[in-house]
Design a protein around this ligand. Structure first.
Ligand SMILES: C[S@@+](CC[C@H](N)C(=O)[O-])C[C@H]1O[C@@H](n2cnc3c(N)ncnc32)[C@H](O)[C@@H]1O
Length: 227
């Protein structure tokens, strides 16, 4: 957990406050026209970066999950709720919700993950708002009229899905980030959302609390809490 990261370029080092570190396990760098995080250790998986073109293809293949996500947040007919994604990560879910027409604000507390996401969003010309910081503080500081219809949570949970992309992403995230504060985020989300809180979980994972209803896919489910 909390592996060491160095930046390959002075501008990145300054922007993300990453001091030079010759022993860093990870290097953040611009390569192949994108920002990427590379694990420098022998036998490590390839670099981590955000590519919404491939996420798009994945989504098309996984239309069932997209539908479940849309229904879970309340996309129906012309209804497009505003969504605060409080655990943005690499932004797949936030991007999907924005593509569905929701007004999305995504919050990510890791400045490195957020930098990868911002780079992917810029390349995809996606306009969702990205906030770097702790979502609990962000939610607590929102003015009454800025509260979202929906707060969406996807806290980290050890996955059993075997796809190589998911395994690589998890490996990076688990080394870079500490454990998620799922219960505390959930409590803050219930105070912040106007309509509902949606929590994504692997199908086998315990619930954070008893949901009002659940939409289940093959590998993940969405627990819906009406407020
Ligand atoms: C499993 S990932 C989310 C993946 C995301 N749903 C996607 O589609 O790519 C969880 C992310 O939530 C972030 N996170 C956890 N607690 C947070 C908090 N209190 N505020 C903001 N971000 C948080 C972690 O840093 C991590 O990047």
């Amino acid at each position: 957990m909390n592996a060491r990261v160095a930046a390959a370029e002075p501008a990145l080092a300054a922007a993300l406050n990453l001091p030079p570190d010759p022993h860093a396990e990870f290097v953040l760098e611009h390569a192949h026209g994108r920002l990427q995080l590379r694990d420098t250790r022998e036998g490590a998986p390839g670099p981590l970066y955000v590519d919404f073109a491939s996420a798009d293809a994945e989504r098309r293949r996984d239309a069932g999950r997209q539908l479940a996500l849309a229904r879970a947040v309340g996309v129906k007919g012309d209804a497009r709720p505003s969504v605060l994604d409080a655990t943005a990560g690499l932004g797949r879910d936030a991007f999907t919700l924005a593509a569905l027409g929701c007004d999305v604000t995504a919050v990510e507390r890791s400045p490195i993950i957020a930098a990868l996401l911002r780079d992917g969003l810029e390349r995809a010309a996606c306009r969702l708002r990205l906030v770097v910081g702790d979502a609990r503080e962000f939610m607590a500081g929102l003015a009454e009229d800025a509260r979202p219809d929906v707060v969406y949570l996807d806290p980290m949970f050890p996955e059993r899905r075997k796809s190589a992309a998911v395994k690589k992403e998890l490996q990076y995230l688990q080394e870079l980030l500490g454990p998620d504060d799922a219960q505390a985020l959930f409590a803050a989300a219930l105070k912040c959302a106007r309509q509902r809180v949606v929590v994504k979980r692997p199908v086998h994972a315990p619930e954070l609390a008893r949901p009002n209803h659940t939409l289940e896919g093959k590998t993940v489910r969405f627990d819906v809490y009406l407020v």
